[in-house]
Structure formats: C-alpha cells, structure tokens
Design a protein around this ligand. Structure first.
Ligand code: GLN
Length: 241
C-alpha cells in the first residue's frame, strides 16, 4: 500500500506539501500512521504538477525515483523552490512481483491527468488494451490506463466493475488534471483538508489540524477550488461486501 496526496489551490512549494508537514509523505515513507498494508514506503516516490507557467491544458511534469524519499538530497534541495497550484505526489511500497524501476512509481499520466493508486489489482482482470497503453507493467499503471480509457466521468463505475472481477483488489485512486481532484476509496484510508488557500486530499492527514475530514470506504471525492463533494459509490450487488 502506498500513500498519496494532491493539492489544488494557491501556488505553494512542493516542500510545504511533501517534506515539511510533521506527518507528510516524507514521514509517511518510513512511519505512516494509518497504513494497514506494509510498514513503510521505501520503494520510490513521485511528484507531478501542473505548472503555473505552462498553458492551461498542457501536459503535467513529473519527477519520480525508485529510491526512498528520505534518500534523495537533490529533491530535498529543489522542492522548496518548486511552486505549483496543482500537485499530486506519492510514496511507494511495491507490491511483490511488480517492477522496481521509477516508471512504476506514481503519478502516472496520459498527458492530462496525474494518477496514483493505493492498493493492488490482478492485472489479468484488466483489458489487454490497458496493458498495451500503460506506462509500466505495474498493476497501478495498467489500472490507470484502464480508468482513463473508460473516462473519469465513469470512475466510480469502473472501480466497482474491477472490484467485482477481482474481489481481493484494493483500488483507492487519486487523480488530478489541474482543475479537479478526484479520488475513490476502495480498501484504504483517505482524508481531506480545506483551507482558505485550497484543498489537500491525502491517504492520511499530514498534521493534526482538526479540520481534516475522513472519507468513508467506497466513496467518490470530487474537489475543485470551490469545494469538495463526497458521494457513496454505486456498488453492483455482486461487488457489495
Ligand atoms: N501495486 C502498486 C505497486 O506495486 C501500488 C502498491 C501500493 O499501494 N503499495 O506499486
């Protein structure tokens, strides 16, 4: 199980989101507080952002690594001067059998969306076209390709279908296109925090601010700069627990 986070709002530094919070992704890489699968997230990290200097609709940029987040001094040096109003970041605990290189580290992208997955899924239940389109053979990359091919407007429906085909799957997802953050909870924790400056959606709270709101399992989150909407997923009877 990995840990992820997305920010949408006023431009802020990547360090202020990932490195500085007392329980941010840096701390979560070795001591997550709410992780139920795996003890740490030492198999890589990734940061993607829709940069303010790029035109609306242009592709997000990414910085990923297969190393532990705590062992990357160059990133620690640059993150305090990396600013963006849309950031999606993750630290990874690789599922056994999945590739170890940086292309298997979230966020994945189709050139518009940044996507991270907390969990695991049997790749054989996903279409061959998704495997062919994916950036990596990692299950999360194939799931990303499938979800984006189906369209984000069908995100909840797609996750429920995949869960029906692989009842052991854990399918919590986090997506951003720079205008919206979407998230699905399916087998893992998620919380969000709204402030005057924007909204952060994360696998777990990065500090002890009382404003964090926990999202129940099997829900869809849609966050924009104007607000957050949380709705239960419509789960087909065969996928209900
Ligand atoms: N299955 C994905 C991987 O191998 C995600 C793992 C996770 O959520 N820990 O990277």
């Amino acid at each position: 199980m990995c840990r992820h986070l997305a920010w949408l709002g006023e431009p802020r530094t990547v360090a202020s989101l990932v490195l500085e919070p007392p329980h941010g992704l840096l701390t979560q890489s070795y001591a997550p507080r709410r992780q139920s699968h795996g003890l740490m997230n030492a198999d890589g990290w990734g940061v993607g952002l829709h940069h303010p200097e790029t035109a609306p609709g242009s592709a997000p940029v990414r910085w990923r690594s297969s190393r532990p987040l705590w062992g990357d001094p160059s990133f620690h040096s640059v993150a305090p001067v990396l600013w963006a109003g849309s950031v999606l970041a993750a630290v990874r605990s690789a599922t056994p059998g999945m590739p170890a290189d940086e292309t298997a580290a979230a966020p994945f992208t189709d050139g518009t969306w940044l996507v991270s997955h907390n969990g695991r899924v049997d790749r054989s239940v996903l279409p061959a076209t998704a495997a062919a389109a994916a950036e990596s053979t990692c299950d999360s990359a194939v799931l990303t390709a499938h979800v984006l091919d189906r369209g984000v407007d069908r995100l909840g429906e797609t996750v429920a279908e995949v869960a029906a085909a692989d009842p052991g799957a854990r399918l919590s997802l986090l997506l951003s296109d720079g205008a919206r953050v979407l998230a699905v909870t399916w087998g893992d924790t998620l919380s969000y925090l709204r402030t005057a400056a924007g909204v952060v959606v994360a696998s777990e709270p990065y500090d002890d601010d009382p404003g964090w709101v926990d999202v129940a399992d099997r829900h869809l989150v849609v966050a924009t700069r104007d607000g957050v909407r949380v709705t239960p997923l419509e789960v087909p009877a065969r996928a209900a627990s």
